[in-house]
Design a protein around this ligand. Structure first.
Ligand code: DQA
Length: 210
């Protein structure tokens, strides 16, 4: 199955939303809303990018998992609940779902490990808990130790996304070909180490699948 290219776009200010319109060589566009200290209003995203809603992923990344600005948990939960009502796809951490009642059916449930690799059993628990209803389950780990063994072992699961961080971006392409459903890439600056530019990744995958 062809992996989808996700272009990860930092949103520092409202005008940055317009950049999404220029991203043609990507299947989905992640709006990293945590790059601005005050969340861009959902109404503004609807107004400016409503016609692209099916391609958008709204992400308010927790600062403990790579986020930039701390957004109050209650505000984040309310925002995601409203985004669900409006039919947006969003990314929400499994750790956030353990603490807040936010819908995850048809959404991306993610976990990020920047310092140490998780145990396989921990990741398997997350996949089994959320995997039936989520759109995708995303596991991003630092590229050290036996990360390749761990991430390739996860490829047996449906709807899985595995992303090594801090290694050659070609490894993400390889994992996409081996079954990771999404390949996260950058637009202007990386939102995580190990991303390839979206247009290059799109061209490589298009050579193989189109
Ligand atoms: O969760 C992810 C994956 C990511 O951390 C990466 O490794 O490319 C980049 C983030 O923007 C995104 O929300």
């Amino acid at each position: 199955m062809r992996p989808l290219i996700v272009a990860s776009l930092p949103i520092y200010k409202e005008d940055d939303l317009l950049k999404a319109r220029n991203i043609k060589e990507a299947d989905m566009i992640e709006l990293r809303l945590d790059y601005s200290p005050k969340l861009i209003e959902l109404e503004k995203i609807k107004e400016i990018l409503g016609d692209l809603k099916g391609k958008l992923i709204l992400t308010i990344r927790d600062v403990n998992e790579g986020g930039v600005y701390k957004i109050a948990d209650g505000e984040k939960a309310k925002y995601l609940q409203e985004a669900n009502v409006e039919g947006f796809i969003y990314d929400v951490e499994a750790s956030f779902l353990e603490r807040f009642d936010v819908p995850f059916k048809g959404k991306i449930v993610s976990s990020h490990y920047f310092n140490e690799l998780p145990k396989y059993e921990e990741v398997e628990r997350i996949i089994k808990k959320y995997g039936n209803d989520a759109l995708f389950i995303k596991i991003a780990t630092i590229g050290k130790g036996e990360y390749k063994e761990l991430l390739t072992k996860l490829l047996k699961f449906d709807k899985i996304v595995v992303l090594p961080m801090g290694v050659d971006p070609l490894e993400r392409i390889a994992l996409g070909i081996l079954g990771s459903r999404l390949i996260y890439t950058f637009v202007e600056a990386q939102t995580a180490p190990g991303q390839m530019h979206y247009s290059k990744a799109f061209k490589i995958i298009s050579c193989l699948y189109d």
